[in-house]
Design a protein around this ligand. Structure first.
Ligand SMILES: Cc1cc2nc3c(=O)[nH]c(=O)nc-3n(C[C@H](O)[C@H](O)[C@H](O)COP(=O)(O)OP(=O)(O)OC[C@H]3O[C@@H](n4cnc5c(N)ncnc54)[C@H](O)[C@@H]3O)c2cc1C
Length: 502
């Protein structure tokens, strides 16, 4: 097929956070992008707790930071967990990591109907042609080369049509079947085979400031609850049940959810004065099998899988939108580089796949250890340091970096200002926290006393620590032999700079 016969450079299937992100990042390079979305927005979606890497990394690159501020989403400073051997809740704040200093220490809890709409509107503004109520039914392949070169879709009138493009991106989430066309199997985790049951409440309690907006995760004998304050009034409440407790979700959904809440005293207390929302998009009690999976292949010539279409991991650390939007950035670099020519297509897409698998593996490996309820938080922090292979940060900081989505050494995922320009300020803050009398450090005081304070004071002066952490920011080192590194504009791949001799 000649260039002139392609209707678009890229067709993106799905307008969730992943589809909007990749289409915007490709259109920003002047390429012709068509996005096809099955639903009419705003549409309901689960996945409401965001990480700083999404809010201050990807959303900054997309240019929607101001839209998010105006949307008045609930600020999320970190997480509070009743989890593991410690019977008392413990809290972490993103600000404990130097990667999330200043403004970047706060993410958001979002109503996905509104968040996804902001990203989709932004894609339109950046030149993406968006068609809603348009469902892709299959991909098309070139009979001679077997390369994917377009899609067949049905619009609002139900008529099936075809459109040709140089690349097709499957960002259709976990329910569509398009991923089967990449070849290879979808491998389900033996370990995470859970089921989630969830609904919405008004009038639930809030944690005291400054943690009002934190996600609360509470383990109990059948699994664990999430409690996400979406607005001052509205709370998203869900239970994730272990395979051995699935019978507790049988029968009437409302009764099952309310019974399970009573089995978890901390959540029952939070909801003691609340009423369940029974109307509108939040009125339904929903069930999702949140089985974790990963595709054996993420791409073939002409087709690439991103976001939930490629893999999904248990939601306890709210990593779904982070993985979706980060994979969108990685794949956008591959497409932009391949379209610009000069670098072999396989090398571009292998770079995307290797990096996306690495990020997924970090969460997966850590989560396996996190589900061991016989450990306490210090053991989880230690594990985070092992999994991230972080030789410079403390155990606690490694944990915060990981669960904030910032452990990949990608400058794009952390607030660049905070990470580079303001690194000194971050250390000032850290030093002050450590120097504070335990009584004024609030909810983080035990953590500071245990892991962070110990590691910082052991290292001696702040300057030594700063010098050490500086080394871990180098994204110019490829992650594999012969690999590529992000270009200076962050939207392509390039060859790594030559390493200085000696
Ligand atoms: C129980 C549970 C709790 C979760 N909690 C969190 C959380 O707190 N934080 C978090 O970050 N993540 C969470 N997640 C994960 C999060 O929901 C997903 O990872 C995220 O939505 C993935 O984004 P995406 O863009 O890849 O897919 P989606 O958001 O699913 O978007 C895919 C889009 O594609 C469209 N589509 C589907 N098929 C077609 C087709 N054939 N043609 C055209 N369009 C199509 C869909 O309508 C949809 O709009 C949770 C998941 C579960 C199951």
């Amino acid at each position: 097929m000649t260039d002139r016969e392609y209707d678009y450079d890229v067709v993106v299937v799905g307008g969730g956070p992943c589809g909007s992100t990749i289409s915007t990042l490709v259109a920003m390079q002047g390429h012709r992008v068509l996005l096809l979305e099955k639903e009419r927005f705003p549409r309901y979606q689960i996945g409401e707790s965001l990480l700083p890497s999404t809010v201050h990394g990807i959303c900054r690159i997309l240019g929607v930071e101001e839209d998010l501020r105006r949307a008045n989403f609930m600020p999320k400073r970190g997480g509070t967990f009743r989890w593991g051997a410690n019977p008392e809740p413990w809290t972490f704040s993103f600000g404990l990591s130097s990667k999330f200093a200043g403004d970047a220490a706060t993410a958001y809890q979002v109503e996905r109907m509104r968040f996804d709409q902001i990203l989709l509107d932004n894609a339109r503004r950046k030149g993406v042609e968006v068609r809603e109520e348009t469902s892709v039914v299959d991909v098309l392949t070139d009979a001679d080369t077997d390369r994917v070169d377009g899609v067949r879709y049905a619009g609002p009138d139900g008529v099936r049509r075809e459109v040709r493009s140089r690349y097709v991106v499957d960002a259709s989430g976990n329910k569509s079947r398009i991923h089967t066309r990449v070849g290879g199997q979808r491998r389900y985790s033996e370990f995470f085979r859970n089921l989630a049951l969830f609904g919405y409440f008004e009038g639930g309690k809030r944690m005291p400031a400054p943690n009002r907006g934190n996600i609360l995760a509470v383990a109990f004998d059948a699994g664990w609850f999430w409690y996400i304050p979406l607005t001052e009034e509205l709370t998203s409440v869900g239970v994730v049940l272990m395979p051995e407790a699935l019978d507790r979700a049988q029968g009437d959904r409302e009764k099952a959810l309310l019974d399970l809440i009573q089995q978890c005293p901390m959540i029952a207390d939070c909801l003691s004065d609340a009423r369940r929302v029974t109307e509108g998009p939040y009125g339904e009690i929903r069930v999702r099998k949140d089985y974790s999976y990963i595709q054996e292949k993420f791409w073939r010539p002409g087709l690439v899988l991103v976001g939930d279409a490629a893999c999904f991991i248990d939601p306890v650390f709210s990593s779904g939108v982070h993985l979706a939007t980060y994979s969108a950035l990685l794949a956008a670099r591959s497409i932009n580089t391949a379209l610009a020519g000069g670098v072999d297509e396989s090398t571009c897409f292998e770079e995307f796949e290797v990096r996306y698998r690495r990020e997924y593996a970090r969460f997966h490996d850590f989560l396996v250890a996190f589900y061991d309820m016989h450990q306490d938080e210090n053991s989880y922090f230690w594990k985070a340091k092992k999994v991230t292979n972080n030789t410079t940060a403390s155990e606690m900081e490694s944990f915060v970096e990981l669960v904030g989505g910032g452990s990949s050494n990608e400058a794009a995922l952390v607030s660049s200002g905070a990470y580079t320009g303001q690194r000194g300020a971050a250390y000032q803050e850290l030093a002050e926290l450590v120097a504070q009398p335990v009584g004024t450090a609030g909810e983080d005081r035990d953590l500071l006393r245990s892991t962070l304070a110990r590691s910082v004071s052991k290292e001696g002066t702040r300057i030594q620590v700063q010098a050490e952490l500086g080394e871990s920011t180098d994204e110019n080192v490829p992650v594999r032999q012969g690999g590529l590194v992000p270009s200076t504009d962050g939207l392509h791949w390039s060859s790594p700079p030559p390493r200085p001799a000696g």
